[in-house]
Each structure stands twice: as structure tokens, then as C-alpha cells.
Design a protein around this ligand. Structure first.
Ligand SMILES: Cc1ncc(COP(=O)(O)O)c(C=O)c1O
Length: 394
């Protein structure tokens, strides 16, 4: 199987982990030799309820028994996507009340960028250095990492960059700016939180010049930071919020939400300004609805903050310089890139799944399911610490 994987399935890097998967349940993934791997990554922040959560699986099965794809997005009234959009609106502050469902995070970013142009009639987009918003052409255009996008130029014109958390840079947002797009917590850059009311200040500057503020909640959203949306922590309400990853509970989804007045611009002049065949798919929406209900109706978000404290207590070691992030979006920063690589690869051998961050080589990704238990946290952290001890002694 591994040979066929390498031969027939397109690869994203020369060194895939290439673990052969048998099944997954709760906080564990099992390989075809029936080895159990404790999952501290959750499909890169995409399975907040762990693997195959019964409520998500049942919602999918119930919907499968009724119907799958029946029509392109936006034509027919289908219960699961309607209820999902309604529940999202109920949990977002005013005036964010209308949601467009897409197939992936990057596609939701594309929609948000298009909507920004329609709202303002302007075209300049301001993004952050070291930002990651996805890999399609528009999203890649607002990626703040030249090395990864150089080969794909020309990309969208009119993109300018500011440094995240740099307040002086806010003056680059002017009345020529259509919109500012930021991750609420920068992910690929190394789990960088906004400091000093930065997002409130960005909001204020956008209001001064009439620019739209887009917050990318694809990774921090859906409970990971202890609140349903990351921006709930930082006293800032965007004009457009973009979701993905965890929203699907393990199924592929994206979404962007804006006010009705704004979102309705996409349906006219030109008509069908943003269309998709599979966006809002009823099976995916059913999975997302079950996920969102579970996260909003239980204590998982509060517990995420308690679990963060446990991680912080356990991840203390001379080779860890700091632990960045919030809630269950944590990144211990190692003294060097080599140490981070060793920890990630040796953990895999010891039955613990860890992963990298895109642009910060010293970081080790810890984004476990919100359902992870304290015992599992202790077990995984002891693996990390003993690998670090070995490195220190060698
Ligand atoms: C902050 C952020 N934005 C956008 C995306 C793109 O989402 P997707 O991979 O579903 O297209 C990601 C994915 O890693 C992300 O972390």
C-alpha cells in the first residue's frame, strides 16, 4: 500500500510520514499493524471531538439515509445546512448573521476576499507577514511568506503587508484599502497571539478608513481557544469571519459569515457572484451541526483552558524556550529546529502524534481533540519530556 501511495497519490513533500491507517477512535489513530497512536494534532485542528465521535457519525448516517447531493448550493431548502447556518448566527455577535458554506477553508477565504471587494468597491487587500490563509490562488496571494509562493506568481495584484502586532504598521491601512485579512491567532507563524489590544486597534483603523476586517478563524475557531471564536477573547468583531477545519468535526468544510446586508451583495450585480456545486453539502452540514451543538452545549470550551494549564505545567524543560498559544492551540518552542524535528519524529516512534507548524521550524504543534483526557495529556507530555531528556543527555 505504501508503495502505491508514493507511486499514484500526489505528494506534498518528499518526506511524508506515510503511516498506514487502519482506523481511528477518540484520541487514538491505529495503524494497520494495530499500533495505537495518541493524537496531539487532530488532523491539524480538524477533529475537535476526536475521531469518529458517535454523535457526528450518527448525524452523518441519518443524513445518508435521507439524501446526499441533490442540487448546487443555494437553490433548495435542506434542513442540515439551514440549521447549521442558523446555529452559527446564534453564536456570533450582531450583525454577523448570514453564512455561506463552502467545501474547504481556502475556498471560504476566496469568498471572503471577493465579498470584501463587493462591499467596498476597492481592491487593495492588506495581509500580515507570515500569514497563512490557504493554498488556492487568492488565499496564496495573501500568504505572507514569499518563499512558498514565488514559484506561483503572478498572483493577485494589490496585496500589501503589515507586521502582525505592529501598531505603527496600521497606518498602511488607508482609504484605498478594501480589506484587512488576519488570522485571529497567527498559526503557521508560530501560534502568535494578538498583544496589547492589537485587534481592537486594527478594528478601529478599519472603521476610520472604511475598510472591511476579515478574521480567519479557520484554525483558532470552534472552541479551540476556550471560546467559540478566537476573537471572542480579544474584544474585536470582524465584518467577515471565516471558518473551516474543526467546524466539520472531521469532514471537509469552510464557511464565511457576514451581515445580511453585506452577504446579499454576492447574489446580485453580477448575479451568482459566488457559486459552488458541493458547498453546503447536507452530509457535511449534518456532521458540522452535530459538532457545533456538542461544543456549544457541553463544557468542552471551559475544559480547553484547564487542559491548557495542565499542558503548561507539564511542558517545562530546559530545551523548551516557551509555550505559545491559547487553549488547545499550543506550540512549545524548542531551542532549535533540529530538536523540534527530533521530538516530532521520535514521538511518532513512541506512539504519539505531533506535527510541525508551516513557517516556524522550532515549534511543535499541539492541537489535540478538545475531548482529550487529562490522563492522555499526561501520557503524551511524558513522552515529549523523555525524548527531550534523551537529547539533553546525548
Ligand atoms: C488559518 C488558516 N486559514 C486557512 C486555511 C486553509 O484551509 P483549508 O486547508 O481547509 O483550505 C488553513 C489551513 O491550514 C488555516 O490554518
Amino acid at each position: 500500500m505504501k508503495n502505491d501511495f508514493l507511486k499514484y497519490q500526489a505528494q506534498t513533500s518528499p518526506f511524508p510520514l506515510a503511516m498506514e491507517i487502519s482506523h481511528a477512535k477518540g484520541s487514538y489513530i491505529y495503524d494497520t499493524d494495530n499500533n495505537a497512536f495518541l493524537d496531539f494534532v487532530s488532523g491539524v485542528s480538524a477533529t475537535p471531538l476526536g475521531h469518529n465521535h458517535p454523535k457526528v457519525v450518527n448525524a452523518i448516517k441519518d443524513q445518508l439515509d435521507k439524501y446526499m447531493h441533490v442540487m448546487v448550493y443555494g437553490e433548495y431548502v435542506q434542513k442540515a445546512p439551514v440549521e447549521l447556518c442558523k446555529l452559527i448566527a446564534e453564536h456570533l455577535p450582531n450583525p454577523l448573521d448570514k453564512t455561506y458554506l463552502t467545501n474547504s477553508g481556502t475556498e471560504a477565504i476566496e469568498g471572503a476576499l471577493k465579498l470584501t471587494k463587493r462591499i467596498t468597491g476597492r481592491s487593495e487587500i492588506i495581509a500580515a507577514k507570515k500569514a497563512y490563509h490557504g493554498n488556492t490562488m487568492g488565499s496564496m496571494s495573501v500568504m505572507g511568506y514569499e518563499e512558498r509562493k514565488q514559484a506561483f506568481r503572478p498572483l493577485l495584484p494589490g496585496i500589501r503587508y503589515i507586521e502582525f502586532n505592529n501598531e505603527e504598521d496600521l497606518l498602511r491601512i488607508t482609504d484605498k484599502t478594501a480589506g484587512v485579512i488576519l488570522e485571529t491567532i497567527q498559526g503557521g507563524a508560530g501560534f502568535i497571539e494578538p498583544q496589547n489590544d492589537y485587534l481592537t486597534k486594527v478594528r478601529k483603523r478599519c472603521d476610520e478608513v472604511g475598510a472591511v476586517l476579515i478574521l480567519d478563524e479557520i484554525q483558532p475557531g470552534i472552541g479551540r481557544t476556550g471560546k467559540l471564536f478566537g476573537f471572542d477573547n480579544y474584544n474585536c468583531i470582524p465584518d467577515i469571519v471565516v471558518m473551516g477545519k474543526g467546524l466539520g468535526g472531521g469532514m471537509p468544510i469552510g464557511a464565511f459569515t457576514a451581515s445580511t446586508a453585506h452577504m446579499d451583495l454576492l447574489m446580485d450585480n453580477p448575479k451568482m457572484g459566488h457559486i459552488t456545486t458541493f458547498g453546503g453539502h447536507p452530509v457535511i452540514a449534518a456532521a458540522a451541526l452535530a459538532t457545533l451543538k456538542e461544543i456549544t452545549e457541553t463544557n468542552l470550551m471551559t475544559e480547553a483552558l484547564e487542559k491548557e494549564q495542565l499542558f503548561r505545567k507539564l511542558l517545562v524543560h530546559p530545551l523548551i524556550t516557551e509555550v505559545r498559544g491559547k487553549g488547545l492551540m499550543l506550540a512549545p518552542i524548542m531551542q532549535s529546529v533540529d530538536i523540534a524535528n527530533t521530538v516530532i519524529l521520535k514521538s511518532q516512534e513512541a506512539g504519539l502524534i505531533l506535527f510541525w507548524l508551516l513557517f516556524e521550524g522550532r515549534a511543535v504543534r499541539i492541537t489535540p481533540p478538545l475531548t482529550i483526557s487529562n490522563e492522555e495529556i499526561m501520557k503524551g507530555c511524558s513522552i515529549i519530556i523523555s525524548i527531550l531528556d534523551d537529547i539533553l543527555e546525548s
